[in-house]
Design a protein around this ligand. Sequence first.
Ligand code: GLV
Ligand code: MN
Ligand code: MN
Length: 442
Amino acid sequence: MNRRDFTSTLASATAALALPRAVRAGTPAAAPSPLVNGVRLNSHLAALSEFGRNPQGGVTRLAYSDADRAARAYVTRLMREAKLDVSVDAGANILGRRAGTDAALKPILFGSHIDSVPEGGNYDGDVGSLGAIEVAQTLSDAAIVTKHPLEVVVFQNEEGGLWGSHAMTADLTAEELSTPSRSGKTIREGIAFLGGDPDKLARDRRRRGDYHAYLELHIEQGATLERERINIGVVEGIVGIRQWEVTVDGFANHAGTTAMLERHDALLAAARLIEAVNRIVLGTSGRQVGTVGRIQAFPGAPNVIPGKVVCSLELRDLDARKIAVLFARIESEAKKIGEQNGTTISFKQVTENVPAPTDPRIRALIVAVSRELELTFRMMPSGAGHDAQDVAQICPVGMIFVPSAEGISHAPKEFSHPKDIENGANVLLHTLLKVDAAPLAP
Ligand code: GLV
Ligand code: MN
Ligand code: MN
């Protein structure tokens, strides 16, 4: 599908959800104060973009790489400047604490991530992480002390499968810890590389009731807000994501002497599988998406019939049952494809992130703050995964989106306007202050 087709599909899918249209603020009240320093925030974003910078723009800052570690040191310095008490938990998440007036209250957690996909952009995760630090800095500058303690978090390895928030909110198994990451290190090695302690994860594991709430500011990563000229997205829910490693076993043989009908070509079977994934996912109404984003053929020579292929499969939807149904169809189609040319296709699940609704009370507070700041807003789902979906397992969560230019993300051309970023950080700040005053039950 080309970009235009994709956009119109998204538009009709959004219309089908009958989401409320943009709402303009009512009677202007006195501007809320304090406000974040947008120039400072955007200059911090520019400085962060130097870590893992690519010549074509954007960054490759894979979790557990040297660039990741150096960027974390920079972010730690910003957190200290914002008078946060910084530590790294056992899962290698960076935490910056600030005391509240009532130490008996549970902390409010807020932040995002700073690792990137290969050849990614400068905004995904960075806006929410540096936005959270800017909020802490603004509170410090204005000498405002909240009732609840505050914790700014920079989660590790969001892009590889929400590993930092998994480690914080669930027990990682030995098998999960030995999962390889894109950096070449396993999750266990990566956690140690970043200063965590994979043998002490239980010590820092958080449970339901340990936090008052979690807030995350993020770029939309789609084109809805820009197309509708809306300032703020109030996220209603985050899609579930399941990823598999798919192995196709065939038989490597001479590409010149093996007749076409005698081949067990693993790459041909993989190509048919990719087409089937697309057909099956498109064959049901709804917003579900399915992607094969990585593929490798072995032995990988022009004159050898591929004997083995390893590729990825990813399915996303707001409904976990729908993902399960789609996967069952893909598995059964894979069996038929294998039978056609004497190959076998097997699936090993590598990650599962459950779908998560955001807390309706926090959504209402984001709406109230948007009105106060005279920003337009709309409700919307998140098609991208976020650490917020893990944290939703232990406390109420809210997510604030700001527009992404042309809806481009996970790419060097990812861009959000400085003013939109400043708006989002102000919404984060004032939502935080309202959440501080709100009696949210866990
Ligand atoms: C995270 O960025 C994801 O949606 O893959
Ligand atoms: Mn992100
Ligand atoms: Mn991302």
